[in-house]
Design a protein around this ligand. Structure first.
Ligand code: C2E
Ligand code: CA
Ligand code: CA
Ligand code: CA
Length: 278
């Protein structure tokens, strides 16, 4: 009994040690890839549901570790967050997204909205707003064409402090969406006080939509909440026409998802938009 127990404990601590070592290795390759400029952005179109035109796109980070082999962001973003690398990395994402937005504008795609993900660890940095201001000035894009996607975890900090920061950002014209809405733990009363523009309905609730009333539950509640609080709505992860129709019927006017397009490199996005117009 005892010997077996100790053996087991050793086994687990070795396994834990191995997992920790693997994370360290992945983090150091991520740092190396970041300095070697091996990270890139892809863009997923966001669509106006009723009539179909492209409103903008969400910028998503990609890491090609070797030709044809990608590390999913769900694996490396948490590492970047825990290690603080997310601060310079997030700035690079914002800068690159703004540069691409400027390029699109110059090529005649005016009024395009660029949505950029911002981690809580990045947002809570004291220098965040001045960094944002600096990037906007450098890239000469209109602040009103930038939307920051924050998750509900921002609401874990003191509400007055967050709202001061959010107000500071929105005063400059940048809009704020709460990403993955409904999956976090924030209370409705906190959410109601948040100084934001849009709720982004999480994919898990869009998945439920099968055209029946019974399954529409949470998406419907979020949409009602959005209307009640005067917030715009966008749905993520729309994969079929039934989901699209249900969302529209409930009053969600914008969406993104594989039904419309997968995330793609910027050159491809331009071709895609040209094809969508004609
Ligand atoms: P997210 O912000 O919720 O991004 C949406 C994810 O859903 C993307 O995965 C996208 O490819 C995927 N997706 C879009 N449409 C569909 C659909 O119709 N069906 C399905 N099944 N999936 C769909 P991706 O690119 O793997 O990104 C995963 C997460 O990594 C993102 O979730 C976001 O939390 C994080 N992430 C990605 N890029 C960045 C970044 O630049 N900064 C930060 N802080 N986080 C990022
Ligand atoms: Ca997002
Ligand atoms: Ca999301
Ligand atoms: Ca999501």
């Amino acid at each position: 009994g005892k010997r077996l127990g100790r053996g087991k404990a050793n086994y687990f601590s070795e396994a834990l040690g191995r997992a920790a070592r693997e994370r360290m290795q992945l983090l150091s390759s991520l740092r190396a890839a970041f300095s070697a400029e091996q990270l890139s952005l892809v863009f997923q179109p966001q669509i106006e549901l009723a009539s179909g035109p492209v409103i903008g796109a969400e910028a998503l980070l990609r890491w090609e570790i070797e030709p044809g082999r990608w590390v999913p962001p769900d694996q490396f973003i948490p590492l970047a967050e825990q290690s603080g690398l997310i601060v310079p990395l997030g700035e690079w994402v914002l800068r690159t997204a703004c540069r691409q937005l400027h390029r699109l504008t110059e090529r005649g795609h005016t009024g395009f909205r660029m949505a950029v993900n911002v981690s809580h660890a990045q947002f809570r940095e004291p220098g965040f707003v001045s960094m944002l201001e600096c990037v906007l000035a450098d890239s000469r894009v209109a602040a009103s064409q930038i939307e920051l996607e924050l998750t509900e975890s921002v609401a874990m900090d003191h509400i007055d402090d967050i709202n001061t920061k959010l107000a500071d950002i929105r005063r400059r014209g940048v809009t704020i969406a709460i990403d993955d809405f409904g999956t976090g733990y924030s209370s409705l009363s906190v959410l109601r006080q948040l100084n934001i523009d849009r709720l982004k309905i999480d994919r898990s609730f869009v998945k439920e939509l099968d055209g029946t009333h019974t399954k529409a539950g949470i998406a419907q509640l979020i949409i009602a909440l959005g209307h009640q609080c005067n917030l715009a709505l966008i749905a993520e992860g729309v994969e079929n026409a039934v989901q699209r129709r249900s969302l529209l019927a409930m009053g969600c006017l914008e969406a993104q998802g594989f039904l419309f397009a997968r995330p793609m490199p910027i050159e491809q996005l331009e071709d895609w938009m040209a094809a969508a117009v004609s």
